[in-house]
Structures are given as C-alpha cells and as structure tokens.
Write a protein that binds this ligand. Sequence first.
Ligand code: SDX
Length: 426
Amino acid sequence: MTDTLSVRDNRTGRDYELAITDGTIRAADLKQIAVDDDGGLATYDPGFVNTASCRSSVTFIDGDKGVLEYRGYPIEQLAEHSTFLEVSYLLLNGELPTADELAAWTHQVTHHTFLHENIKQFIQGFRYDAHPMGMLMASVSALSTFYPDASDISDSANRQLQITRLIAKMPTLGAFAYRNGLGKPYVYPDNGLSYVENFLAMLFKMSEPRYESDPRIVKALDVLLILHADHEQNCSTNAVRSVGSSQVDPYSAVAAGIGALYGPLHGGANEAVLKMLRRIGSVENIPGFIEGVKAGKEKLMGFGHRVYKNFDPRATIIKKACDDVFEVTGVNPLLAIAKELEKIALEDEYFVKRKLYPNVDFYSGLIYEALEFPPEMFTVLFAIGRTPGWLAQWSELVQDKEQKIARPKQIYTGTRTRDFVPMDQR
Ligand code: SDX
C-alpha cells in the first residue's frame, strides 16, 4: 500500500496517481487531470469546509475528542496554571517563557499600552451608540497610519515590535471605545497594574486614585482571554492570513480579522446569545423557542461548531468559571434559562442529529454580563483574547515559504460575451 490516490478520469480513460501527504492531496495536482486544453480540474469547496489552507504548528484541535492544545499544551492545563500574557508568549514563540523571558515580555507589553493622542480624537468622532467592534476595527486599521514602519514585514525585530504594540494596545482601544459610548472620560493605562487589572481600570475607573479589581474577577477574565487566544484556521484567522498574504502591515491584517470576528456566526455569537436569552425571558418560553429553531426560523446561538462535534472544551471550562464569577457578582438570572436550554437541546433529536453542542460563546456572555459589560463589548473581549493567536498565525504566514497571495478560483455562472446595448434599445 502506498500513500497515493489512483484516479481514473472516465471522460478520457486516463489514469492518474496523486500523492497523499498529511491526509491531503494537493489541489494543484488535479490540474493534470484535463480534457483537451480545458485547464484541468480544480476543487470547489464553499466555506473551505474540507480544505487545508496552510501548515501550522500553533494550535491543534481534535473536534471529535474535544481536544484543544496551544503549541501542544492542553487548554485545560493552561487555563488552570498559566496567564494570558504567558500564553501569548507561548503562542508567539512556540515555548513557555522562562521567568526572565516572561518578565521581559510583560515589561514590553506594559510599556506599549499608550495610544497616540490623535487616536482619542478619532474615536471621539464616532456617535455615542457606535458599536465598539466597528470602532475597534477602524481604530486598529488607523494604527497602521501611525506606524508606517510596520509595512516592513520582512524584518523580524520590526514584526516583534508591531506584535507587542498590538497586544498591548487592544485593551486600551477597547476601553476607549467603551468609555466613548458612555460619554465618560478616557482612563489612561496604569503601568503599575497587570494586563487584566489595567484593562478593568481603563474600563471602570472614575474618581478613585487607583481602581481596585476583585482578584477573582481578574482571574476569571484572564482565563477567558486564555480560552479565546487562538483556534487554528477559524473565520477571522483565515481573514488575517488572507489579507496578510498580500504582505500588508499587521494592523491592516488584524483589522480584517476583527471584521470577520464581528459577524454573529463567529465572535458576534456571544452578544447574540445574551440577546437570545433575554428574548426567551423565562424557562417556560424555551419549548416554544426551540420549536422556532427547529422550524428553521432562527439558529440557537452559542450552539454548533464547524470542528467540535461532541463538545467544545472551552465551554466546559467557562461553565466552571461562571461559578467563580457569580460568587462575587451574584448569579446571573439568565443562567437558569441557559442551563435549561442546554439540557433540552442536548436531548432533542434535531440538535443531536446535527451534533450541535454549546460552544465557547454560549456561556461566556453570562460572565461578561455579570462583570457589567454591555453585550456590545462581548466581542471586543473576544478580539482582545484572539489578538496573540491572530498574530502568531500571521507571523507563521509571513515566514512560510510555501505561502502565496490568496487568490482562489471560481466557477463562473454568469452570461458570456455579448455586445453593449444602446439606451434606446433596452
Ligand atoms: C466561534 O471556527 C472556530 O473555531 C470559531 C470559534 C473560534 O474560537 O474561532 O470557535 C468561535 O465562532 C464559535 C461559533 C459561534 N457561532 C454561533 O454560536 C452561531 C450559531 N452556530 C452556527 O451558526 C453554526 O453552528 C456554525 C457557524 C458555528 C457552524 O456552522 P457550519 O459548520 O457551517 O454548520 P452548518 O451551518 O452547515 O450547520 C449544519 C446543520 C444545518 O442544518 P441543515 O441545513 O443540515 O438542516 O446544523 C444546523 C444548520 O442549519 N445548525 C444549527 C445551528 N448551527 C448549525 N441549527 C440551529 N442552531 C444552530 N446554532
């Protein structure tokens, strides 16, 4: 037995041998399977449901077994023993840092949290009710104009500097967007605080000299950021890689990722889950709502996943984190609806047949709401968490000699050549 695929083209009777590598065949190898000079075969895969776009060593997922590993470390162990900045270092560098490396990395990130003052005016240009994700996407894109040197993506030290700036500045941008919506003064970073403490202070500090966070809340938020840090070739990472393949600067590539994450089928699902739970309103309304979903009227937000077909390991961890947070904030009344909805869905043939289980977004919104974030900010929190993952994947793309500018083919279904029709003949 050899790692090859024997293919017979019944249109010509010709046989072909295609190499099988890492469980794939190269789409380019199909081009040789041609009739006359028709250019040969290509693959057609809407949404890339069964297409590998790259080789990556950042994150491994086994959807059937509910396995998620960052650089080989199981997410359960990282959530329990690590911190978001340590996990960011791991994703970006491939190994856990030594104490000195972590101290240097933390120092670097801490001292890049400030934004150019003009960014404040830029953010103040938005209406009070502008969605923070739209503001985040725009302001991250705007950062590329403040750091024109970022376009030199071939220089590794320069890439490292821009990566550090982005990871450091995302919480500041998110907090400024949040404060803009409330008409509250912007709170500048406090370099005496940890990454998460500083983020909470920039969000919620008022006239007190220094904002004091509850350590249990800080820990829960740090775990949530770890859980969102990367997830192999999801929609937003694919956007970062696709835009990054044109060799644009990392701010513009990450802005594209933010745009993809904004969508309700992706990162926007956590906001949609909370609005769905509020709309259901009580446990008694669940059966009627489920019937509507089964009738195809809407989706059960926070359920289903392209890869996980049994359970999302992150949802399991977040469900546990709920208890820690609710110990501080009091139980979110929507939790009872969420738990009953999960119970019913897991027993209902419609969902079981389609392998629909709670994903990372199903419970995270309950924690964010308990931490007094408005639903519009939930996906901003997801974006802050996902930034090191996007950048680790972008950095891998830039150094991957096999990668080219992303430019897929199409199946043309339109009208072919025809002559222009003058107005008086239309
Ligand atoms: C994230 O890719 C990642 O890794 C993403 C993510 C990450 O960390 O980056 O994990 C984060 O985005 C999690 C997913 C958050 N999105 C939601 O919770 C939105 C609701 N879920 C769906 O829209 C859906 O499940 C997706 C988008 C998550 C996955 O969609 P797929 O893999 O393209 O599956 P599909 O749409 O082809 O669905 C298969 C069937 C369909 O039914 P039929 O047409 O066969 O009858 O399942 C149905 C779908 O209608 N279905 C749902 C459903 N999800 C799928 N029906 C009701 N409710 C749902 N939530």
